[in-house]
Design a protein around this ligand. Structure first.
Ligand SMILES: Nc1ncnc2c1ncn2[C@@H]1O[C@H](COP(=O)(O)OP(=O)(O)OP(=O)(O)O)[C@@H](O)[C@H]1O
Ligand SMILES: [Mg+2]
Length: 281
């Protein structure tokens, strides 16, 4: 456990996240993130990009890839939920065995101290009250205050932050002063046929060509029909179809795909499959 002292208070830091994440395609989006993080001179500050897209579109993967593989920094992911309180984001007191209080820095604060990258994942699930505690971090002040530990923590100059947000309805409307601090907004669209094929191939390299192609065809059809099935659904379906086929549960690949589609996406998936607009792609 790494410890640091700030204003005489000892903090226990969180570990960075080491994930085996790969990214293919949509390089313009990666470049936009890197540009937002770039600082031009000593008196410049980095921006705090916000990645917006449908569930399962690749927002977390894109953020992690940019931070870890391109910026080459340690990455600290903070999973935001409706129950996240301001102190969860900053410093949490923990009572240890001998009744001593120890202070645990959140992954966000650990990234701030170490000069890593914080991904605030699914930031739109967090309430305005919790977001308010980050206002000074997200402008040129670049610090947070911990009421619990009674200290102010300044971000390391190398610290960067990125926020992912779903554009579904089950979320908080954030106030303007938070929106204006989370810029630029980078929209993650659904990938095109070739990109979608490459993504599936990268994530399930052992998958059979025919199953991959049927899955990509289905996903593209679903995008045309404005359905929200994502590449993650595609990966799950193709993976399950492969298992059904290889374990000889089904006799051919097409049947394996159909069964996987039904099990993973249910009736809505079958409905998309039976729409008749393949000619559009
Ligand atoms: N361009 C890409 N290259 C490689 N893999 C990708 C790409 N886009 C998506 N994926 C894969 O798709 C899956 C879903 O991605 P991810 O979890 O990043 O989506 P998300 O938008 O963060 O979803 P959620 O809204 O549920 O948090 C992952 O398995 C990821 O590896
Ligand atoms: Mg995500």
């Amino acid at each position: 456990m790494e410890k640091v002292k700030i204003e005489n208070v000892e903090l226990i830091l969180s570990h960075p996240d080491n994930l085996n994440i790969k990214w293919t395609g949509q390089n313009d989006l990666v470049r936009q993130i890197m540009a937002a993080w770039h600082t031009i001179s000593e008196d410049d500050i980095p921006l705090n990009p916000r990645i917006v897209g449908k569930p399962g579109a690749g927002k977390t993967t894109l953020s992690y890839y940019a931070a870890k593989e391109l910026l080459k920094r340690e990455v600290y992911i903070f999973q935001c939920t409706v129950d996240t309180r301001p102190e969860d984001l900053i410093i949490i007191p923990v009572i240890s065995e001998n009744n001593q209080i120890s202070y645990h820095a959140s992954s966000l604060v650990s990234a701030m101290i170490k000069g890593g990258v914080a991904i605030l994942d699914e930031g739109n699930r967090m309430s305005e009250k919790t977001w308010a505690s980050l206002a000074p971090l997200l402008d040129d002040r670049r610090y947070v205050e911990s009421v619990i530990a009674g200290i102010k923590i300044k971000a390391h100059p190398d610290f960067r932050i990125i926020v992912t947000m779903n554009d579904d309805a089950s979320t908080f409307e954030l106030p303007e002063y938070i929106h204006s601090r989370l810029q630029p907004t980078i929209e993650l669209p659904f990938p095109d046929v070739k990109e979608e094929y490459d993504i599936l191939k990268m994530n399930i390299p052992f998958a059979d060509e025919e199953i991959l192609k049927i899955t990509v065809g289905f996903l593209q059809k679903s995008h045309i029909n404005k359905s929200s099935f994502s590449v993650r659904d595609g990966i799950n379906m193709a993976r399950y179809a492969m298992k059904l086929y290889k374990s000889e549960t089904t006799k051919d690949k097409e049947t394996a795909f159909l069964l996987a589609l039904k099990s993973v996406l249910g009736e809505e998936g079958i409905k998309i499959l039976s729409t008749n607009n393949d000619e559009k792609y």
